[in-house]
Design a protein around this ligand. Sequence first.
Ligand code: PNS
Length: 172
Amino acid sequence: MSPGQRIALYPGSFDPVTNGHLDIARRATRIFGEVIVGVLRNSGKAPLFSAEERAALFEESVREAGIHSIRVEAFEGLLVDFAARCGASVVVRGLRAISDFEYELQLAVMNRRLRPELETMFLTPGEDVGFISSRLVREIARFGGDVSGLVPPAAARALARRCGDSGPGSTR
Ligand code: PNS
């Protein structure tokens, strides 16, 4: 099967989607026939946005950016089980720096142990967005900083709405 016929799954928390995530998703659509963005519902972390909100923001951002062949779905449970339900044979993850590597390697090896036929592929984001993380974006937004250029417009609007009233010092 050629890459163009394969379905790739791009999973993550996406709390919220950043320009780095969008860059990886766009790169994946250039390689694979279909890309499914899997938004994790049962994260151990307490998310700023619900899974439905995170999925809707990713969907809106993809539409605004004019990226095609992407479907966004929230999922819970094991990634390998969701991949099987989607018919995905590849998991795509973004690798920004060496600091990402240890966790990503662990994840890839564990997923391979659980489902040997599922391959993980790492894509590197463009250097202009390679330093962005959702955690830092949330922190900047909480304290009223400017997140434009770091996240798609839809996410910037949602962050302004969510963090606008809480002000500095909020634990949200
Ligand atoms: O954006 P994140 O938080 O780095 O994404 C992590 C994610 C969603 C890829 C990972 O937590 C995951 O796959 N969770 C689903 C549960 C699972 O399969 N856990 C075992 C992995 S070996």
